[in-house]
Design a protein around this ligand. Structure first.
Ligand code: BDR
Ligand code: CA
Length: 335
């Protein structure tokens, strides 16, 4: 199993990504770092610590990082209609949480990769603020990290929170620009899991019902209904409350009752890179445009005469990705 740090802004789909990282045999989670994004940092921490406790991983270090973007005013923290006011939809959590460390997330990342140069995979599923800060603490980070896979960007498709930008990049474009450009020196190109692929992976009622059945429970997923079931398992209860809220948002904005699996797909690609096909490209982030800040610009036609610095995911085997997520998380909850 590959030693892995997950950098999250938990977040409904981050929550499922975190459960998947705990469940996956291919992943040896060594710590989780938190960043403000889908919700405020204290809620990100609470949600993350609750999930780790429910997953039986309360011994893992959880490090708080940036509570705002490097330069800009926060965006999205008040988007209660997307992830719920506290980033967990309708889910409620028990009072006992896994502990958190006093080390800053950026320092935690630096310390871990210095201890095991070249070994650690970093998966990020939130704004890249902690990663930019880690790069300022340790400029050799790109060569010390084994592999960086990030959920972020919209390369050949439009954005989700602005017409041009995907949320994780739009929330902190300067951080994304620093991280993506400085990782140009990495021995292995980072992999970008953007909306191009995550909008192809839809968790629908039948997948949710299957996951619940694998976990030993019965859900009846009806759009606009109340709770889908009464799970006794805290992980399944968290998922039910969180995903039900996120499904309502998807119904309103994206026209289907279910959820895109942005962050879980990113973890699934760490487990099995063959789930996506990638195309290398020189990528940069727009930080100035009044309408386009946070746009990820990929030089497909090679007009910049620059070496590719990102492997951009272009296609995904959606059914296999869905099966990977539901199977791993469902059997983990059952065990
Ligand atoms: C990304 O933004 C967040 O809302 C999700 O958690 C995901 O990381 C998708 O644009
Ligand atoms: Ca996220």
């Amino acid at each position: 199993a590959v030693p892995t740090i997950l950098d999250v802004d938990t977040g409904v789909d981050d929550a499922l990504a975190l459960m998947l990282a705990c469940a996956a045999e291919e992943i040896d989670l060594v710590g989780v770092t938190c960043v403000a994004g889908n919700t405020r940092l204290p809620d990100v921490l609470t949600n993350t610590r609750a999930i780790l406790r429910y997953c039986g991983r309360e011994y893992l270090p959880v490090a708080a990082g940036a509570d705002r973007a490097l330069v800009r005013e926060p965006v999205g923290l008040d988007n209660a209609w997307v992830h719920g006011g506290a980033g967990r939809g309708y889910a409620t959590i028990a009072e006992r949480l896994a502990p958190s460390t006093n080390v800053h997330a950026a320092q935690f990342i630096v310390d871990e990769v210095r201890r095991r140069p070249g070994e650690i995979t970093l998966i990020s599923t939130g704004p890249m603020t902690n990663i930019a800060l880690a790069l300022r603490l340790e400029p050799r980070l790109p060569s010390l990290i084994g592999r960086w896979i990030f959920m972020g960007g919209a390369f050949a498709v439009g954005g989700n929170t602005t017409p041009a930008a995907e949320f994780n990049v739009q929330a902190d474009p300067e951080a994304a620009r620093i991280a993506i450009s400085e990782f140009s020196s990495a021995p292995q190109r980072p992999t970008a899991i953007g909306l191009d692929v995550t909008h192809q992976v839809r968790l629908l009622p039948r997948h949710i019902e299957r996951l619940a059945a694998m976990a030993g429970d019965e859900f009846s997923v009806v759009p606009g209904s109340g709770p889908w079931g009464t799970p006794s398992n805290p992980l399944l209860a968290y998922l039910e409350g969180a995903i039900r809220k996120y499904a309502e948002y998807h119904q309103q904005l994206h026209g289907f009752y279910g959820t895109y699996l942005h962050d879980p797909v990113t973890v699934a690609v760490a487990m099995d890179p063959t789930l996506v096909s990638v195309r290398p490209a020189a990528v940069d982030v727009e930080c100035r445009g009044a309408l386009t800040a946070g746009a990820t610009v990929a030089d497909w036609k090679k007009v910049w005469d620059k070496e590719p610095n990102v492997d951009v995911a272009i296609t995904v085997d959606a059914e296999r990705a869905l099966a990977t997520v539901t199977h791993a998380v469902g059997s983990f909850i059952a065990s």
